[in-house]
Design a protein around this ligand. Sequence first.
Ligand SMILES: Nc1ncnc2c1ncn2[C@@H]1O[C@H](COP(=O)(O)OP(=O)(O)OP(=O)(O)O)[C@@H](O)[C@H]1O
Ligand SMILES: [Mg+2]
Length: 316
Amino acid sequence: MSQPPRFSGSRRGQLPTPPSPYVVIKTLKQPGDGDGGACNAGIFLVRTIRHGKLRVEKRVTRQDMETRHMEREMKALKQLRGHFNICHIFGYLPRQRHPALYLEFYDLGALDTLIARYWRRSETLPHGFVGHTLLELSKALCFCVHGYVFGSGGMVPENWNAIIHRDIKPGNVFLASPSDPRALYPRIVLGDFGCSVSDIDIVNGTASALTSRQAPEFSPPEAPAYSRRSDVFQLGLTIHCMIQNLDVPDHDSISRTWEMGNPYSDPLDGILLQMLLPDPSSRPSTLHLPGIVDQHFQAFCARNAPRPLKSWAFRE
Ligand SMILES: Nc1ncnc2c1ncn2[C@@H]1O[C@H](COP(=O)(O)OP(=O)(O)OP(=O)(O)O)[C@@H](O)[C@H]1O
Ligand SMILES: [Mg+2]
């Protein structure tokens, strides 16, 4: 008769810990190394033992298991699986020694690192790349809230469980090498759904209707309350940081801009001001945002050839 497998770390009275099907290759973030939230117990680049595929292992803190933040992140990512601009989840292993989410690896890192590199060299990000990022993240938001894939020609689904991210900031936007070699800019991916909430979470009582831990510098004026257009405001702040080379938004400069009226001639900047309106109902809706941005971005590209990123953009 075959023996049951002997898992390491098993003790009498406890469930045995299955061995990990992954080997760690590199530490991406130490535990507690976060850019504000530190909502993980370490983030690692790993390889599957079986097929040698690269993955990201996002380890879960005991607190995140208890407060069910990690469960919400896992459920949100599973529901959103397959969208080009949303972090892809491969799996969730809650019972191993380090409970973790397994994610696709985005090889060009996070947007905050890119902004910091441009800042260090006193350079500004090309306007074309800013427009590209705004468009791609608008598509992600449209899918999160409405389940609608912009440009697919399909219908807006009924009975979609709307997901609000609530923590959009440059550190939660990941970049990847494009699979099409002709593409000028990286693929843009929205990640870190640890603060997200869905309609079902509220109905089931698994989440509070108040936001508890988003990065405070990126909070919308309605926080800790939120609406379906709160993510539009946070996306506006992220784009503002890209344009002004900032790690956190300059809220005074945004207020001054408001006092002056719209000083920008570029329509993309006009959209940005709409997104940053204090009253959520005056902001563009997530359903219409990709269409509005796309129209203006195409007009921009017709007038100005978009510039590529610098050769050093992704080097240490
Ligand atoms: N799938 C991924 N591919 C590449 N890098 C990643 C990936 N997931 C996470 N990272 C890196 O780890 C950082 C933190 O990840 P994430 O935002 O998901 O965790 P967190 O718990 O919210 O941490 P923080 O407190 O820093 O926000 C990211 O900014 C990015 O640099
Ligand atoms: Mg994060």
